[in-house]
Structure formats: C-alpha cells, structure tokens
Design a protein around this ligand. Structure first.
Ligand SMILES: NC(=O)c1ccc[n+]([C@@H]2O[C@H](COP(=O)([O-])OP(=O)(O)OC[C@H]3O[C@@H](n4cnc5c(N)ncnc54)[C@H](OP(=O)(O)O)[C@@H]3O)[C@@H](O)[C@H]2O)c1
Length: 226
C-alpha cells in the first residue's frame, strides 16, 4: 500500500491554539504544506513564525484567516473550543465542498470537563456534519491526544481513533495521524465519534484522579498487518 500522503495542504483552523499548533508543527515537519487559520490573520502569522522557528526554517507554514485557509487546503482540521465550533464552521462551510473536515473537538463545557456530555446531534462531529451539509466528508480524530505531547519530537504513548463519514475519508485522515508520528485506527462510522469524543472526558477524569496531565489509550489484541 502507498503510504505517501495524497493530500499535501492542510488547514488548521484555530491553529493558533494549543492543540492546533502542535498538530501543525508535526505535519509541517512531515513535509505537509500547513495553513494556520485564525479569526485574526496577524495572530495566525505570528503562530506560523513560531512553528517555522521550531523547525529551524525548514517547514512550509503560512498564517491567514480561517476562511482563506479552508479555501486553499484539501483537508481542513478544526481545533477550536466547542464554544467556537458552530461559529467557525459557519464561517468556512461554503468552501468545504468536496473536502475532508477533521473535527478535533471534544465537548468539555466547564465545569463538567470530566463528565461525558452529549449533544442532540450525538457528538460535536455529527453536529459539524449537520452544519456543513452534504458534499463534505466529516471525520473525528485526535481527541485523545493531549497538546502537551505535540509541540515536541517525543514519541506519544497514545493511539488515535478515527471515525467518520466514509472509509476513504478515514483512510486519508489515518495518513495524517501517521504523519504526526502517531498510531491510528479506523474506528468506524461517524456515529462512533460519540465514544471517541467522550473518551476525552474519561481521560480528563483519569488525569485528575491519578495526578497526570496526559493519560492515553492503546488498542490491543489486533495485528497491524491484518
Ligand atoms: N488542548 C488539548 O490538549 C486538546 C486535546 C484534544 C482535543 N482538544 C480539543 O481541541 C480543541 C481546541 O483545544 P485547544 O486547547 O487548542 O483550545 P484553545 O487553545 O483554547 O483555542 C484554540 C483556538 O480557538 C480559537 N478560539 C478560542 N476561543 C474562541 C472563541 N470563543 N471563538 C472563536 N474562536 C475561538 C482561538 O483562535 P483565534 O483566536 O486565532 O481565532 C484559539 O487559539 C477543543 O475542542 C479541545 O476540546 C484539545
């Protein structure tokens, strides 16, 4: 199987923040063209410069507005808090047709950040699908990966579950997972994103209970070659 990424330009909406900046760093390091999106192009340009500095000038990272980044990318990754989820999606939905949207949101509305919360749509990813409409593949991923791991070159002791609207879209996102130096699993249809997003609340509870900041999960009992 060809493991090279077919998709080369990735937009990270909210890539000025903790999780998005870490993912952007890892993808730029892997050779992707990365576009950092923000409500403020100036803030995005500053974040891009920070990432390029960490890469010692070697990566392709450009900052711009969220709609510009979504327009120019083949794959669009959403890394904003749930409070900004709908507003951000509304601002880019017109340019998402034919693309893959990766939703990293885990629903953690304070003070219930260690308790699984569900939406009328099921998950934030299912809600995203309702907002962006037909013609966009919507995939959930990276909810279990703490940002604390990402802006480093360390191995991450945690797997990534990938759920979404089609097997092909999940396969494309699994390439992004691998490019970020992580192990990913096709975890099935978009309905399963309820569990993947809820897992983040469970991990936050475990962090609190056992004094960690970055508990994670591993899938066992499966051969990667099967
Ligand atoms: N942090 C983690 O370890 C982690 C792990 C797994 C999943 N996640 C999920 O990833 C998402 C982002 O988390 P984060 O920790 O990276 O968040 P964050 O740093 O607080 O925010 C990310 C970016 O979202 C934009 N934003 C923040 N508040 C906003 C608002 N009210 N309206 C519009 N835009 C707003 C900002 O970008 P601009 O100001 O540049 O527009 C900000 O830089 C969340 O849904 C979280 O559940 C986080």
């Amino acid at each position: 199987m060809d493991n090279k990424p077919l998709i080369l330009t990735v937009a990270v909406l909210g890539g000025t923040g903790k999780e998005g900046k870490g993912l952007a760093y890892r993808w730029a390091k892997a050779g992707y063209q990365v576009l950092i999106g923000s409500r403020s192009p100036e803030k995005a340009i500053t974040a891009s410069a920070e990432i390029i500095g960490l890469l010692e000038g070697s990566g392709s990272v450009v900052g711009m507005s969220n709609p510009q980044a979504a327009q120019q990318a083949n794959i669009v990754v959403l890394t904003v808090p749930y409070a900004a989820h709908r507003e951000t999606l509304e601002s880019v939905k017109d340019v998402l047709k034919g693309k893959i949207l990766v939703d990293v949101t885990s629903l953690s509305v304070p003070p219930m950040v260690t308790k699984v919360q569900m939406l009328p749509a099921g998950s934030a990813t299912q809600e995203a699908r309702e907002i962006v409409g037909e013609g966009v593949e919507v995939v959930a991923a990276f909810q279990s990966i703490s940002h604390k791991h990402l802006l480093t070159d360390e191995d991450v002791d945690c797997d990534v579950l990938v759920t979404g609207t089609s097997k092909d879209a999940r396969a494309e996102v699994l390439k992004l997972v691998e490019a970020a130096g992580l192990i990913g699993w096709d975890a099935g249809p978009i309905e399963n994103s309820v569990v993947v997003e809820g897992l983040a609340s469970v991990l936050r509870y475990i962090n609190k209970q056992y004094g960690s900041t970055h508990s994670g999960i591993r899938i066992t009992g499966v051969s990667r070659n099967s």
